[in-house]
Design a protein around this ligand. Structure first.
Ligand code: PLP
Length: 398
């Protein structure tokens, strides 16, 4: 019996990918071992975060880094750091921003539920631009001059959500922002792989970049990374760490928190509820090393073979399978299954629902449901569950 069944919870077959609602990535054994070992001793967290900062800085080619509670936690802390800088009175005040600049400019087309994490720090979003391609009203998207025209004395920074086809390019937005001495905070949560983005996105000059630790990096799903300029990481760290030490005894590593840069020591900041444990920090760093070394690439052939087995087995079902090739060599393909609703008598939505409610429950990717497509993402699948997945798919698609 599985540990989850003991709790009365049925484990599922996850053909959806490293999504948070299904528990994120499956952690490699090296990561789990590191987690367990880290649990056997105590360490001062500011020292551990300083060590993490060195490691993250190295992997991302930035000045400093912080292990956060997911990319969402990184966005809240990043926004908080930009809002307060080194000012302890402002830190004390957040999320109230009365009396100092607190507007973040964002492209209207880059808004999503995740920007709640930025607003949670106290920031107000100011939207600019349009995506006239999506609205079928033209060919233009958001342009750099639109960001620039929205800058006022209340502007604190710019939020940018990174995707392959984000428009305008991050580099152009950063160049304009820096002309106005404004920082840019980037949501790059799901932008790995390609591995090259670890260095490539910060190389645009963006001041702070957030990545998820529990997606392709395969660390604990509750972790994330914030990396970028040392002064901002320092402010973010100060607003996350537990501050209940004696001020005359507390000497954090200068590389993470240089006390001479702060006019006073704040009490617990807005990020106190976003804490990460020593075990999570060590596990994330272990996963980051594995990811950065390219070790996960060895699994790519296995993922492709797994999808091919599923596609071959479905040849007699009322569905068409298509392998969708990844946009980068170090990513896995996904399998798109187009449901023929006229002969099957049920829609892709019906199939998706039936897969979830059957035994064992199967969760498939649902981004293409409107076009009649269910998607199989192999990254959380194993050879052991593949036959069960095939049986369930055949039952619902034949
Ligand atoms: C997944 C995701 C997040 C949140 O990341 P967590 O690590 O789960 O906090 C934020 N933004 C985008 C675009 C994402 O895809």
């Amino acid at each position: 019996m599985s540990i989850y069944q003991h709790l009365g919870v049925e484990p599922i077959i996850n053909a959806c990918g490293t999504v948070t609602r299904l528990g994120g990535a499956l952690m490699p054994v090296e990561v789990l071992d590191a987690f367990a070992e880290a649990a056997t001793e105590s360490v001062p967290l500011e020292q551990l975060q300083a060590a993490a900062s060195r490691r993250i800085a190295d992997v991302t080619d930035t000045e400093a880094g912080l292990v956060t509670s997911g990319a969402a936690g990184a966005l809240t802390l990043g926004a908080a750091a930009i809002l307060t800088g080194p000012n302890p009175a402002r830190m004390e005040k957040l999320p109230c921003c009365d009396g100092f600049p607190h507007e973040f400019i964002i492209a209207r087309e880059q808004r999503s539920g995740y920007d709640h994490a930025v607003r949670a720090a106290g920031a107000t979003l100011v939207e600019v631009g349009f995506n006239e391609v999506v609205s079928n009203a033209g060919v233009r998207r958001t342009e750099v001059w639109e960001y620039e025209a929205a800058i006022t004395s209340q502007t604190a920074g710019i939020v940018y959500v990174h995707a392959d086809d984000s428009c305008p390019k991050l580099k152009e937005v950063v160049a304009m922002a820096h002309e106005h001495e404004l920082p840019v905070l980037v949501d790059a949560a799901g932008e790995l792989p390609p591995r090259s983005n670890l260095k490539g996105i910060p190389a645009t000059g963006a001041d702070l970049v957030s990545f998820s630790g529990g997606k392709a990096i395969r660390g604990p799903q509750s972790t994330g990374i914030l990396c970028g300029r040392r002064a901002l990481i320092s402010s973010a760290a100060l607003q996350m760490l537990d501050m209940d030490d004696h001020p005359e005894l507390w000497y954090p590593p200068e590389e993470l928190i240089d006390r001479s840069q702060f006019t006073g020591i704040p009490r617990h900041g807005i990020g106190r509820g976003l804490k990460v444990s020593k075990e999570e920090i060590v596990a994330l760093l272990t996963a980051l090393d594995l990811f950065d070394s390219g070790k996960f690439d060895r699994q790519l052939i296995g993922f492709r073979r797994l999808l091919q087995t599923v596609a071959d087995s479905l040849s007699q079902a009322r569905a068409d399978c298509r392998m969708v090739e990844p946009s980068t060599h170090d990513r896995w393909p996904v399998l798109e299954i187009t449901v023929d609703s006229s002969t099957l008598g049920r829609s892709a939505m019906d199939v998706c629902r039936a897969l979830r409610t059957g035994t064992p429950p199967v969760y498939v990717g649902h981004v293409g449901l409107r076009e009649g497509i269910v998607q199989i993402n192999p990254v959380c699948l194993t050879d052991a569950v593949t036959p069960v997945l095939i049986t369930r798919l055949l039952a619902e698609l034949s």
